[in-house]
Write a protein that binds this ligand. Structure first.
Ligand code: ATP
Ligand code: MG
Length: 363
């Protein structure tokens, strides 16, 4: 098994980061700084290069520095078998991406080569938030490991928006609506089948992860609830049958845009029974499970970005987590406001983040 390592990060004009360049340690890196200095922004920049999305759900305009004409990112990654250079230019209106100096032609080529797993305070929403957050967890894994998945999601979204638009018209054209049933079913059933498979892998991985960090005996169970069928023809027939309901509601009621992943803990809905700390542990277990799945599917250990994790967990769990991370073999990035945390992370290179600038700190 080989592990992905970020060997260089250079960022200009992204959020509050001015011109920042870092040569991270292959094993562990800690970003220390007071609130609002740019720690999360740096992790966001790294993950953006890998996913072309902000893990804080920000738009391009929000990511470009207020005073900057554009943002520039450079991320170099290496594993035992390959090395890649990602360069991204972001303006408020456009995005320019190159992988190894060329515009990537296929999505899987881009997304498949730089996997990061992020754990951040907002991840409590994995347990407590809307289904969309959980769908995004599944999609993150699938975009990187299933050829054509990203395309299918995009095409599904396009067909869905077009169909919904027709449903909202004053006197809807039933034939035009029905013409979208088969394409929606084709893309949608593929999405559902891929999600079904990944959820079954996720369960085993989440159980293991929970065991490793959370110090709890209660069992986690996951149940995927697709709002549609993995069988294209059955799905298409169900869409046809739903025409009347869809017309009444002016929206497409069936399809993977309504999927959910039910998370139970000790036999009950986790959102209702888990304490604040337990909710964090569950969310963390799901992220570690994401890492295990990417590792198993790509034969490469992804980079692990832990935003503010120590304020999320108590001391014992924090120590266990860092010890576990050491064993995983992943390159890890940790942000914290507490310099003492750096001492808990084995082999860490410590960076100080101050007003959008970065410097190597003495541990
Ligand atoms: N587009 C932008 N341009 C300039 N500054 C921005 C932009 N977006 C956010 N900021 C500012 O960047 C600063 C750094 O934010 P960031 O979330 O990275 O801080 P942090 O170091 O993680 O802090 P905390 O410890 O509170 O989590 C904040 O002051 C924020 O207001
Ligand atoms: Mg932060």
């Amino acid at each position: 098994m080989t592990a992905l390592r970020i060997t260089e990060v250079a960022v200009t004009g992204f959020r509050n980061l001015r011109t920042v360049r870092a040569f991270p340690d292959p094993r562990a890196n800690v970003l220390v700084g007071a609130n609002g200095q740019g720690k999360t922004s740096l992790l966001e920049a790294v993950d953006y290069a890998a996913t072309l999305r902000s893990f804080r759900g920000a738009t391009r305009a929000q990511l470009v520095g207020h005073e900057a004409p554009e943002a520039q990112l450079l991320v170099r990654v290496e594993s035992a078998i390959s090395g890649h250079e990602y360069r991204i230019k972001l303006s408020r209106t456009a995005r320019d991406i190159t992988l190894d100096g060329k515009r990537p032609e296929r999505a899987i080529e881009y997304f498949g080569n730089a996997a990061c797993v992020v754990f951040q305070p907002g991840d409590l929403d994995l347990i407590r938030g809307a289904p969309e957050t959980r769908r995004r967890l599944l999609d993150r894994m699938l975009m990187r490991t299933v050829e054509g998945y990203g395309e299918a999601l995009k095409n599904y979204g396009k067909a869905l928006r077009a169909r919904n638009q027709l449903l909202r018209e004053r006197s809807p054209n039933l034939n035009a609506i029905a013409a979208f049933d088969l394409p929606l079913a084709r893309y949608g059933s593929g999405i559902i089948r891929a999600r079904e498979r990944v959820v079954s892998e996720l369960l085993g991985a989440a159980r293991q992860a929970l065991d490793e960090v959370a110090l709890t005996d209660d069992a986690i169970t996951l149940a995927y609830r697709p709002r549609g069928s993995g069988d294209t023809l059955a799905f298409s027939a169900a869409l046809a049958e739903a025409h009347r309901v869809d017309l009444a509601r002016k929206t497409t009621t069936l399809g993977p845009h309504g999927d959910d992943l039910l998370i139970a803990w000790g036999g009950r809905a986790a959102r209702n029974v888990a304490s604040q700390g337990q909710t964090r542990a569950l969310a963390l277990a799901l992220r570690l499970a994401e890492l295990h799945i990417l590792e198993a599917r790509t034969r490469t250990v992804p980079v692990l970005l832990l935003d503010d994790v120590s304020s999320e967990l108590d001391r014992t769990r924090t120590e266990r987590l860092f010890a576990l991370v050491g064993r995983l073999g992943a390159q890890v990035w940790v942000t914290t406001t507490d310099p003492a945390i750096a001492a808990l992370v084995p082999h860490a290179r410590v960076f100080a983040v101050d007003a959008g600038q970065l410097s190597v700190a003495v541990k």
